[in-house]
Design a protein around this ligand. Structure first.
Ligand SMILES: Cc1cc2nc3c(=O)[nH]c(=O)nc-3n(C[C@H](O)[C@H](O)[C@H](O)COP(=O)(O)O)c2cc1C
Length: 366
């Protein structure tokens, strides 16, 4: 009997076929050093997880301005693009595919990340409330960011375009535009954090304008089926959650549908925090307005993933935490092998080699 016949079956996006419908969710692991440079250990880590049909890289900053996490990688220099090449090669050698997640932290940053001590930028000057950030100079409360001037936005859009260009040069199969989890694009999309009075704020159309411009720029570099977008309509991470979340994210998905993108990646599950402003948005709601490939994520198990695909709610399911301690997650699914316990949080973002590429594959006891 085939275990999980739907989850473990191939799926085509555009002209490429994924060997199964398991996706490595983007996971910041902070092993790129202060230079934000991909390295051999990262190549080994991604190679180990290439049993997934599609890998989405950890969030990768498109510019120095976009930095907000210690030792996360970048894609804003040619040297970084070169250093990503062994990673993409290792994944391709194992018959998988990898998209680079493009990131700008916006207000989820701190002045101590910037050499000139400037404030982080956002849609509006609204701080993340009641939370702290780990920075190179220690743990600090979030600061009130500076709202980007209207005429500054084009330069940020251009950073995304150049990042896509470098991702292509580095051998990535595509890019995922990170519009989730309260980072800069989400800050523009949501009414809670976007109180601008120019054409990037106010109406739904205006709040979508920033993402629209980024996608238009990225689509000058890559064909539409090599571009995905990630959304977190239910999320509370980074102090998000807006009263009009359903209207906002339905509208955004409708706009994305018209672009024939490779996929829409929705964190529909509530296991990463829920804003509790109403009923959570479901994959079925996104299905109704988005005709392309839909990836579900957050809190899925093998069984719930199989059920979501079998029922047609999702085409692919992304797994995050299970992949940290189970590099061979798909083999464990295929063989009915037990999963390793979840990795301790201390391993998640530590800068150390330990707790990263050293989780063993399943060993059947003799
Ligand atoms: C250690 C860690 C790092 C993460 N880094 C990212 C990231 O870089 N980009 C992103 O979009 N989500 C990130 N997430 C969220 C995951 O992609 C995923 O949505 C979350 O873990 C829920 O899925 P799961 O229940 O399968 O773990 C991260 C989560 C964890 C636990």
């Amino acid at each position: 009997m085939t275990v999980s016949p739907h989850l473990l079956s191939p799926f085509s996006i555009g002209d490429r076929t994924l060997k199964n419908r398991v996706v490595l969710a983007p996971l910041t692991r902070a092993r790129a050093g202060v230079e934000r440079m991909p390295n051999a250990l990262m190549a080994e880590y991604y190679a180990q997880r290439s049993n997934a049909g599609l890998l989405i890289s950890e969030a990768t900053v498109v510019s120095e301005q976009g930095i907000g996490w210690q030792n996360s990688p970048g894609i804003y220099t040619d040297a970084q693009a070169d250093a990503w090449q062994p990673v993409t090669q290792a994944v391709h050698d194992r018959d998988s595919q990898i998209f680079l997640q493009l990131w700008h932290c916006g207000r989820a940053s701190h002045s101590s990340f910037f050499a000139d001590g400037s404030l982080p930028v956002s849609a509006s000057a609204i701080a993340i409330a009641n939370d702290h950030i780990h920075t190179p100079t220690g743990k600090h409360p979030y600061e009130t960011p500076r709202a980007l001037e209207t005429e500054e936005v084009a330069a940020v859009v251009e950073d995304y375009r150049r990042a896509a260009e470098r991702a292509k040069a580095a051998g990535f199969d595509g890019v995922e535009v990170h519009a989730a989890n309260g980072y800069l694009i989400d800050q523009f999309l949501q009414s809670k954090t976007n109180q601008r009075s120019d054409h990037y704020g106010g109406s739904l159309e205006n709040r979508y304008q920033f993402l629209s411009e980024i996608l238009a720029a990225v689509l000058t570099v890559l064909p539409a089926d090599r571009v995905g977008v990630r959304l977190s309509p239910n999320g509370v991470f980074n102090d998000m959650g807006s009263p009009d979340y359903r209207e906002t994210f339905t509208y955004v998905a409708q706009q994305l549908n018209a672009l024939n993108l490779g996929y829409l990646h929705v964190m529909d599950g509530l296991a990463f925090g829920f804003h509790q402003l109403g009923e959570p948005m479901t994959l079925t709601e996104f299905r109704a307005v988005f005709a392309g490939c839909l990836i579900g994520n957050c809190g899925y198990t093998q069984d719930t993933a199989e059920a979501a695909i079998a029922s047609g709610q999702a085409d692919l399911i992304a797994f995050g935490r299970p992949f940290i301690s189970n590099p061979d997650l798909v083999d464990r699914f295929a063989n009915g092998w037990p999963l390793a316990p979840e990795a301790p949080m201390a391993d998640w973002y530590s800068f150390e080699p330990a707790g990263y590429a050293d989780f063993p594959a399943y060993q059947a006891s003799a």
